[in-house]
Design a protein around this ligand. Structure first.
Ligand code: ATP
Length: 323
């Protein structure tokens, strides 16, 4: 193996740079030329490649975002566009590709790998933690810390003014960020897509909890079926006329910032493993982590199987409907 490509795709996540650094250094160590693909699948379709050397990864382990750039590239869903990508890979004599991203990126990587002979390995890089086959993903820990820090600040002002805050956090269709930030920040309530939200029950809970309390924080996952924090606040308002309600949408602040120790460590270990998996002749695999051990699972399982318990939710719905 003489050349391998590295690509970051989808939403950026803190720790992606640490993974790029580890892949680059490991490849060079084994006498392989690492090639950075700029701007994710967009760059792959356009042949935006860059030889990576030690200097390119100096002082990036502590930086959020991705030095290679990322992009949403819907055109990559078209077979013709992927054909162009394959031609660029072959022309550059790239013999293996490492994709750092979320489930969308892995869907793209899997389709691509079925249409070419170049092996592909996936490293989970997304703050949402919404991938099957791994306990956590690069960026998730940092995002959680960012959210908890922000909620602590909101709590200060909420308590001073006796207010109820609805705080919206990211996570797409998954409630991991919401649930775990609620636990760590001592939030009074949390709404996640995996469970059914009952607006009246929430209002009642707030009323009961608020007796003698100066503030309440309700975390709302952006993918909740009742809507975002603004929607929930609007729906709860008629039940809580005597209370002062406020909304904060944390937004993209959750994506940025210097990666935590955990994300740097996970990214570094995964980056080394990805190069070694390619060298051993593996393809269509994703690296995950379970009980602090790196594991390897089929890329297809990571995409097809659900990271969150949808079946339980359906069961829950069925139970409620038959009540
Ligand atoms: P995150 O969830 O953190 O934002 P992600 O990897 O899920 O990350 P997406 O925007 O869903 O982010 O996907 C990234 C890119 O993967 C898309 O812009 C597109 O180029 C590619 N992709 C997604 N789905 C497919 C698909 N079905 N076929 C081919 N390519 C796809």
């Amino acid at each position: 193996m003489k050349k391998i490509g590295i690509l970051t795709s989808g939403g950026d996540a803190p720790g992606m740079n640490a993974a790029i650094r580890a892949i680059t250094k490991t490849a060079i160590h084994y006498g392989i030329q690492p090639i950075g693909v700029l701007d994710g699948f967009e760059g792959l379709m356009n042949g935006w490649f860059k030889n990576m050397n030690y200097e390119d990864v100096d002082n990036i382990i502590q930086r959020g975002g991705t030095v290679l750039g990322s992009a949403r590239a819907p055109k990559f869903k078209e077979k013709e566009a992927r054909k162009e990508a394959i031609e660029h890979l072959e022309k550059a004599e790239i013999e293996g590709l490492i994709v750092i991203g979320g489930d969308g990126s892995f869907t793209g990587a899997h389709v691509l790998s079925s249409e070419m002979n170049i092996p592909v390995i996936g490293i989970p890089g997304t703050i949402d933690n919404d991938l099957y086959g791994t306990e956590t993903t690069i960026g998730y820990d940092t995002a959680l810390n960012t959210i908890v820090e922000a909620i602590d600040k909101i709590r200060d002002t909420a308590t001073s003014h006796k207010r109820i805050f609805f705080v919206e956090v990211m996570g797409r269709n998954s409630g991991f960020l919401a649930l775990n930030s609620a636990i760590a920040s001592g939030a009074e309530s949390v709404l996640i897509p995996e469970t059914i939200s009952d607006i009246e029950a929430i209002a009642l809970q707030i009323k009961n909890q608020n007796k003698g309390r100066r503030s309440s924080i309700i975390i709302v996952a952006e993918g909740d079926e009742e809507g975002g924090a603004m929607d929930i606040m609007r729906k709860v308002k008629p039940h809580l006329k005597d209370y002062e309600l406020r909304t904060t949408i944390l937004g993209h602040i959750q994506r940025g910032g210097s990666p935590s120790f955990y994300d740097r460590s996970l990214a570094t270990r995964s980056g080394i493993k990805a190069v070694e998996l390619l060298m051993e002749g593996n393809t269509k695999k994703m690296i995950g982590i379970k009980s602090d051990e790196l594991v390897t699972i089929d890329l297809k399982d990571a995409i097809d199987k659900n990271a969150f318990p949808k079946i339980e939710k359906e069961e829950l719905l069925a139970k409620l409907l038959t009540k």
